[in-house]
Design a protein. Structure first.
Length: 424
């Protein structure tokens, strides 16, 4: 991460809303500087809006931080100033990927008969070739493949197209889930990808600000807070521009809240004996990767049931939502006893041994009636299941799970591509 005083190199490009500068001492990074100008309809309308760049900065940096912390690969590195951030230098793929949950805007024009408000599940994907002279025509997947773009040495083929398509869906779902915490419907979104010149990876690049999406508070179009408000202005008066600015400020205030946990929670791992501590540490490590605090305790339901129940009461007593994980070898009394005595979820994660494992596992599986504990053998998977429980109410945990699913899918895709290339 470069120091605060940056030596700017040559200007690599300049568009309607930003300038990109090379950084002299930081190869592979660029400075993305936004301009105080707002445009609509491919710059047919152009108005200066004081302070816009700073507000846009906040929006972009919070959104990229949210995506980055979730595990999405982006070009964003860090904020540099009020109006500029540092990013990985990318060669941009000249495609706008559009993802829609609710039909509105240009979709209605292109699909007459579809009413505004039609909901897409699964999400609707569209792509547009970035070509101002021709008003950014819609493209099919085949058109993109036939264009055979090559950027930073990477040819955009089927694998790359699939990765961008999948990534767009995941990014939309993460932002949608996050905005839902603010009672805001993410109606649609457009994003761009670039190829990182150093790693040749496809990453989310450019910016995400309110020019990039439609946001309807409480799902109500009349309360829209995005740039559509500006496009819809009949006349650009100082009062109208004030309203547009207030809306943008509304977004940039709310966007900070997207980074905050909605609900606290914790995992408490109970182990029957310290001989299982290594197994338990694996659970704790995986919980930490989801941002979930995890506490380890030693207690045996066979040898100290009074103590087991006292520890249980400790965690029931402070109101923090808790998932218990029971780690007990041989006969697992711990999980079932906990499950029969608490309304919180209990996951059995017995450390099975090769000699008796096949027999021992039954003490975690076959329960008296009325018990609802689950059993997961892998410590990482037990933590993942706990995260899925917290993800129901905490969007930040959900976002990490969602990004991880995407990243796994992408790794498989790339592994297959590599193997195919070798066997040719
Ligand atoms: N991380 C990055 N590395 C290199 N170039 C970038 C990066 N992020 C954005 N750019 C490019 O910077 C240029 C200026 O951005 P700007 O959004 O102002 O352009 P624009 O006038 O809107 O044109 P466009 O229609 O391409 O978006 C764009 O070509 C954009 O793709
Ligand atoms: C994205 O993928 C979906 C599902 O595979 C496919 O139906 C759709 O046509 C793709 N969209 C684009 C724009 O490539
Ligand atoms: C969202 O709406 C619900 C119900 O209308 C309300 O209770 C809640 O406070 C709202 N949340 C926010 C962040 O506005
Ligand atoms: C998007 O969001 C901010 C407010 O959060 C606003 O100031 C900025 O101008 C918007 N960006 C564009 C390109 O309209
Ligand atoms: C003026 C302004 O809002 N600057 C902000 C740009 O974004 C970073 C990261 O969120 C903030 O720390 C700055 O205050
Ligand atoms: Mg642009």
């Amino acid at each position: 991460i470069p120091p605060l005083s940056l030596k700017l190199g040559q200007k690599l490009s300049e568009g309607k809303t930003k300038q990109i500068f090379e950084l002299v001492d930081e190869s592979g990074l660029v400075l993305v500087q936004s301009k105080d100008q707002i445009t609509a309809g491919n710059a047919v309308r152009k108005d200066q809006m004081e302070g816009k760049a700073a507000i846009a900065n906040k929006t972009t940096s919070c959104v990229f931080k949210l995506l980055q912390e979730s595990g999405i690969k982006t070009a964003y590195v860090k904020q540099h100033s009020d109006t500029a951030f540092i990013a990985a230098h990318c060669e941009m793929i000249p495609i706008e990927w559009v993802c829609r949950r609710v039909a509105t805007g240009s979709f209605l024009k292109r699909n007459p008969g579809v009413k505004e408000g039609f909901r897409f599940s699964p999400l609707k994907m569209e792509m547009f070739f970035k070509d101002d002279a021709n008003n950014d025509p819609q493209w099919s997947e085949e058109q993109l493949l036939e264009a055979k773009f090559s950027l930073a040495g990477l040819t955009i083929g089927q694998c790359e197209v699939d990765i961008m398509n999948r990534s767009t869906v995941a990014i939309f779902e993460i932002l949608e889930k996050s905005w839902a915490t603010q009672n805001c419907t993410l109606v649609d979104m457009k994003i761009e990808f670039g190829v990182n010149v150093k790693t040749q990876e496809i990453v989310l690049a450019d910016v995400i600000d309110n020019d990039s999406w439609r946001l309807w508070p409480a799902g109500d179009r009349s309360q829209q807070k995005d740039k559509q408000v500006y496009r819809d202005l009949k006349e650009v008066t100082p009062e109208a521009m004030q309203m547009v600015k207030r809306n943008f400020e509304w977004v940039s205030e709310r966007v900070k809240l997207l980074l905050e946990h909605q609900a606290g929670g914790r995992v408490v791992v109970l182990m029957g004996s310290t001989s299982d501590v290594a197994h338990c540490e694996k659970i704790r490590k995986a919980c930490t990767s989801y941002g979930i605090p995890c506490i380890l305790r030693v207690t045996s339901a066979h040898k100290g049931p009074d103590e087991t129940l006292r520890i249980k009461a400790e965690y029931e007593g402070d109101g923090i939502p808790t998932v218990f994980v029971a780690v007990a070898g041989r006969s697992n009394g711990l999980g079932p006893v906990m499950s029969g005595n608490t309304a919180y979820p209990v996951i059995n994660c017995p450390p099975l041994t090769p000699d008796w494992g096949a027999q021992d596992v039954w003490s975690s599986l076959r329960m008296p009636s009325g018990l609802g504990c689950s059993t997961i053998l892998s410590p990482e998977a037990a933590a993942q299941f706990a995260a899925q429980i917290f993800g129901l109410t905490d969007h930040l945990v959900w976002c990490k799970l969602r990004a991880s699913m995407l990243n796994t899918w992408v790794s498989l895709k790339l592994a297959d591509k590599k193997l195919q290339a070798c066997s040719l």
